[in-house]
Design a protein around this ligand. Sequence first.
Ligand code: EPU
Length: 349
Amino acid sequence: MPLILPEFNLARLNTLASPVTAWAYTSVASREEVAEAIGYAKEYKLPVLPLGGGSNLVLAANLNALVVHLNLRGIELVDESDSEVWVRAQAGENWHEFVQYCLNMGWYGLENLSLIPGSVGAAPIQNIGAYGVELESVFAELSAIELSSQLAVTFTRDSCGFAYRDSVFKNRLKDQYIICDVTFKLQKTPQLVLGYPALAERLADIPETEITPQQVSAAVTAIRREKLPDPAQTPNAGSFFKNPMVPQAQFAALQQQYPDIVGYPDSASGQVKLAAGWLIDRAGFKGATRKSAAVHKDQALVLTNPGKQSARYVLELAREISATVNELYGVALEIEPRVYPSDDSAAAP
Ligand code: EPU
């Protein structure tokens, strides 16, 4: 049985540095320990809060939950063909280290997802995406333990219900599973995705046929370092809101009023994906501060917690931003990271 640490302060385990306390914390390093931790929570009738890198979490108050810190480690090649490899990583592997490991092994497809904070196990939950690539395009399957039965279940790509920053683990099956490992299908020959404007611009000096996956990774890393605050310096949880989808007619009407509004056609939905960063920026919030919370000065979509107080003050600022954006543009913003405690509370085993 892993150690159970009561009244545990989570400040160092969430990238917003919110200093809330959990009823108890435990670190698990194997599937057996995951099952034991779930059993313990059941015995004490406590909700379970699975924790990875803590980079997509808003902890707004003390938690009456058992925090289960997923520290399962390991990366293995499970299968290969002439052109592809199937690589399994345990949930507790650091995402960026995993990306670099694959690049070094000559396994390609993850390069655009370089430097995303967090762990492998959390990546499918929000279908992480950046610079033209989403996790679903390299995903093969995952293995999870169901909280209610403590049984292992395999999820294929179809059963994960991936969409933009979304999966079944944020909706229909929210709080019902702990993801233990994820298997990726990667390429032995690079198939580079270079269409994202900021990335294309950064690599413009190199002839396209000569660009390597390592150069794509380095370019993405450089762009992220320029635009996004390092959580170790300035606590943050990445993009605080999803980019909202609006019907084409609404986008056309907004363009009449705001000719430089930024939106991209979304082929999957037939709608237009608006840049929430632009909306928030033009609403005058870039660099704004309220109490201990702030809007990042270089990227208005990122809210920060420089005062390292409870993330509830970041949420207060988020509410003010949402209300103003709605008033100005008639567009509703949806918070992207998981908020705890939430209306529907953490997972009950
Ligand atoms: N913009 C502004 N002002 C701002 C911020 C952005 O005008 O303060 C404009 C930019 O000029 C650009 C557009 O908005 O024309 C889009 O900005 P950017 O390329 O920085 O991307 P984003 O839409 O703000 C999304 C993801 C990021 C991801 C980048 C690159 C979401 C919610 N966010 O940001 O993901 O790294 O694209 O692909 O989809 C995250 O999820 O935590 C995250 C950082």
